[in-house]
Ligand binder design. Structure first.
Ligand code: ADP
Length: 619
């Protein structure tokens, strides 16, 4: 399957520029009591002469045959049956009697316990050191499906650097990367977790994942909850993660751990605060407070009453109340994410703009009324990027390290990328897409970006895959169609290593998402001086500021932004980027430097989360 004879056109040398403008940090900690509202700049339409009606544009906007367009469901308009107080979990009757308890080891001897309280000093503010437990279905390095895994790892790392004690609890999957776990040891042999009126025998292991303290819950059950070869994708996923949530709480209680903060994530661990306030608080676990982070409102864990009987919550008439777990659309269903929102002390999502879109612009997939009721404890905190992994100065996967001081070495990586993908070596800019091929990511616009880029004299590289065979098949077809084009390469699959080379070697990256809670690819790309071209939604709107139309100072502008989900919208931004690359190379280089100077590390979000923890903790 040979293709592409690299033509040896001389690569255009981008000119050097003079002074670098300073880029003052703009991030501010969020106000814990109010949702943060980013002043996302709307992307304005470019001048008409810039948006030429070109051949590519003449194509009608077509849906990919296999990608169903996702329309967020409209917010339910029914008034809630009653208005609960927004700030605290609702008043509850006595918790059900605890289940009969099989014997359990209480030997916490092998468990690292939090350090005694000592004040953590930062920027003139004294905050006591806290004991924080993350309960999560994913963790970077060992069990990663998406951004959630990176967030838990990166945030925990940052919190520990600031002197707080962090422990992470996750399932012991058979498909974990055990080569990234140091010193894995069984520390609790007999944890019995209530389940369907009986109990399931579990063991708990302890190990370090790149320095993070982790407890892994291993369930010895016929259901084989966590030994299925992959993390998600099973009919009983709701029960699997309900069990994990109950097991994590049982472990905290039996091990005598009393964290200041329990931080849980997405629908998978949404029952944690429900268990805490309905069961474990009455068993003496009165100290912890819960921060709940929603990484994507699309997946909410909507299920039937069975989960109540399985986990020992029982009392369907109580939990099916609108103010508790009843789904806002289907009165016969429970919604775990809604329960997480109702019962937590604070709810965050992963960018301020997405927080607003979910509550007020129909992106909450039916949870809008719930977010309105609980708006006093809801806000957006932008995700960070782990710069010890994503940094062109030290990146182990790229052949030539570079930074602001030797930016020209980026073009050696561009050459290396072309060599690897058998692309022509010429003066054209490389436009890239990296990501899941999910309808969320804007599949029609990704496809259009390929043809538009080629038409405008650019090269295109795509790295992505989908668990959906039809979508994958569609992109395989495109790949075959473009196979002989020396300016295009589509890589259908997942490759961590190749993704690093693309971030380093490409000139631009497109992120034309329908919705995007935060988005990591544009943040990573900026660090590598690769200019993001994004749709102004969610975290993309918070982090990318249009070169031509942003109201921000010139030195803070770092990419190109468009608003409308259609071909002209995409072309308005991508076309300007390609024109700038060709016609104003010095401006383009300044833009690259602006992007590289942006600080999207965990420093600011880490402080934001600490402010929230400090606000809700039991003082
Ligand atoms: P999401 O969490 O919706 O998948 P994000 O932009 O938040 O999207 O995070 C995507 C992360 O996964 C990025 O680090 C990106 O580099 C990586 N990634 C996505 N698809 C691939 C792929 N096919 N190969 C390698 N890395 C990928």
């Amino acid at each position: 399957m040979t293709k592409k004879t690299p033509d040896q056109t001389q690569a255009k040398t981008l000119p050097q520029t003079g002074q670098d403008a300073a880029n003052p940090e703009a991030a501010k900690p969020i106000e814990p009591t109010e949702p943060s509202r980013a002043s996302a700049e709307p992307a304005k339409k470019p001048p008409a002469d810039r948006v030429k009606a070109e051949k590519a544009r003449a194509e009608p906007m077509q849906s990919l045959p296999l990608a169903k367009a996702e329309k967020p469901k409209p917010a339910k308009v029914d008034a809630p049956e009653s208005e609960p107080t927004a700030k605290a979990p609702p008043e509850k009757p006595r918790a059900p009697a605890p289940e009969p308890e099989p014997p359990i080891e209480t030997a916490a001897a092998a468990t690292p316990q939090p350090a005694p309280e000592s004040p953590v000093q930062r920027e003139g503010y004294t905050m006591p050191s806290m004991f924080i437990v993350q309960i999560t279905p994913e963790l970077a390095w060992v069990a990663k499906v998406g951004g959630l895994a990176d967030v838990v790892f990166g945030l925990s790392n940052e919190l520990e650097l600031r002197g707080h004690c962090v422990e992470i609890i996750l399932p012991k999957y058979d498909c974990m990367r055990y080569d990234h776990i140091f010193g894995l040891t069984e520390v609790y042999k007999d944890l019995w977790v209530p389940w369907y009126g009986g109990a399931i025998h579990c063991s708990v292991y302890f190990g370090f994942v790149h320095g993070r303290k982790c407890f892994f819950i291993d369930a010895h059950s016929q259901d084989n909850f966590f030994n299925r070869g992959c993390i998600y994708g099973f009919n009983d996923d709701v029960l699997r993660f309900a069990f994990f949530s109950r097991a994590a709480m049982e472990f905290l209680w039996k091990a005598g751990k009393h964290p200041d903060i329990i931080h849980c994530h997405d629908w998978q661990t949404a029952l944690v605060p429900v268990f805490l306030y309905e069961i474990y608080k009455h068993l003496g676990l009165t100290h912890p407070r819960v921060c709940y982070t929603i990484h994507n409102f699309k997946h909410q864990g909507v299920t039937g009453a069975e989960v109540l009987y399985a986990t020992g919550l029982n009392r369907p008439e109580y939990y099916f109340h609108y103010d508790r777990l009843r789904d806002n659309w289907n009165p016969h269903a429970l919604n775990l994410m809604k329960g997480g929102i109702v019962y937590s002390n604070f709810v965050t999502t992963v960018s301020p703009h997405y927080a607003m879109e979910a509550k007020d612009q129909g992106q909450g997939f039916g949870l809008e009324p719930t977010l309105h009721i609980h708006h006093m404890k809801y806000g957006g905190v932008l995700n960070g990027v782990d710069y010890s992994t994503w940094n062109p100065e030290i990146d182990r996967y790229i052949p030539f390290h570079y930074g602001l001081a030797n930016l020209d070495d980026k073009y050696k990586n561009k050459k290396a990328l072309r060599d690897r993908l058998l692309l022509a070596d010429n003066a054209k800019p490389i436009v890239a897409f990296i990501g899941r091929l999910d309808p969320q990511k804007g599949l029609e616009l990704i496809r259009h970006a390929i043809f538009y880029t080629l038409h405008r004299g650019g090269q295109f590289v795509l790295l992505g895959s989908s668990p959906d065979g039809q979508i994958n098949g569609y992109f395989w077809g495109l790949k075959q169609q473009l196979n002989d084009n020396p300016d295009c390469h589509l890589e259908i699959g997942f490759s961590e290593e190749l993704s690093h080379l693309i971030y380093a070697g490409a000139d631009m990256i497109v992120v034309p998402s329908r919705f995007e809670p935060c988005g990591l690819t544009q943040l990573i790309a900026m660090r590598y001086g690769t200019i993001p071209i994004v749709r102004a939604v969610g975290g993309l709107a918070d982090t990318v500021h249009d070169k031509d139309f942003s109201p921000r100072p010139l030195h803070e502008r770092n990419g190109y932004v468009f608003r409308d989900y259609d071909y002209p919208g995409l072309e308005s931004a991508l076309g300007r980027a390609i024109s700038c690359y060709y016609d104003y190379p010095q401006d383009f280089r300044e833009l690259m430097k602006n992007a590289m100077r942006c600080d999207y590390s965990w420093k600011n979000p880490g402080q934001d989360y600490l402010n929230i923890y400090d606000y809700i903790r039991d003082k």
